[in-house]
Design a protein around this ligand. Sequence first.
Ligand code: URA
Length: 436
Amino acid sequence: MRAVDLIRKKRDSGEHSRDEIDFLIAGYTRGDIPDYQMAAWLMAAWLRGLSSSELAALTEAMLYSGEVLDFSDLPGKKVDKHSTGGIGDKTSLILAPIVAAGGLTVPMISGRGLGHTGGTLDKLEAIPGFNVNLSLEQFRHVLKECGMGLIGQTKEIAPADKKIYALRDATSTVENIGLICGSIMSKKLAEGIDALVLDVKVGSGAFMKREEDAVKLAEVMIETGNRMGKKVVALITDMEQPLGSAAGHANEVIECIDVLNGGGPPDLRELSLELSAWMFYLGERTQSVEEGRRLAETMIASGHAKEKFKQGIRLQGGDDRVVDEPHRLLAARSRVDVVSPASGYISGTNCERFGIALAILGGGREKKEDAIDHAVGLQFHKRIGDRVEKGEPLATIRHNADARLSEAKDLIMENYFIAQEPPSGKRPLIRRILGA
Ligand code: URA
């Protein structure tokens, strides 16, 4: 078999056999197939799509590119959550400590920033010393000690996703149902979990812009998980505007600490509680989702979730003092407001552009090897439906360099939409729940 023939086959809308998919994934993971050939195949797959049998073969080839973990010696159920990604989407840092404090084990394998969205690993690395590259043995030790561990794909766990994820990020081959399913489910199925809660984002800041595509993505991921014997639920949630008020790395960590302290923006708090509630329920820690929600609230109110977060940070080599003293996190040197060009009501946003503005400021990657500036960020002051006056701040930019500041400012200003009338109807944060 030759990679060049498989690229041509997909380019010409052919359907791959399982052996062909195995050849591509194993060859690329080993380093026999170079980046340029894999990039060409990814673009062909993005354009032509993957059939359901190709998708199943891809997910399994990616899963078995590394080890499938077994934590059955650790007590209790193992549960996780994964989001398809958005702007200000930071719930992992909140719900891992809530759920671990509530008695379940959360072995979380996450990703870095992808496309215009931020990544959990990059956010965690805003905490001085935090190590997301644990060996398998270290990961097991951390989970045993505190019930939560957050790491990236490694040479041992989901190595195919580690390489393909970074390549997709740099080649605009992210927003594709088959490729997203393969990426997410290969990581999650490698974790040795019993149950998984998926947060499938829909809207201008998500990879799926239309609800029917988000539902389709949720359905294929649920089916893939169920086929492997896992309980899976998917919440389709709103990403027409940023989640919470902060985007960036250090300032998202601060917002997570606010929620663990019992505060934080209402939408972020609400979604974190709902996702935690489903994790408790699927992990059989509670009899119902409602009871799971009450347990999540108790974990915050009692301070147990916050203490768990500190313990998790310490065990992964981070400086846990940031939780009580957030000023220890890196802060950007300068700040500037983006003001409204008109008076009216916020009728919508194209929030994907906010993610691009953040990347331009240094908070995202354009090439695989780019470093991230964890201190830069955006603070959003207006939400859809809010009244705004001309000249009033829509958002604040925290930055370290002026080079592309005006480009970032324009991107933010132009992508808040202002109308004379307030938008009609309520915006549900959670649009649908599937697989329940
Ligand atoms: N999250 C992932 O882990 N992979 C994707 O492809 C998209 C979101």
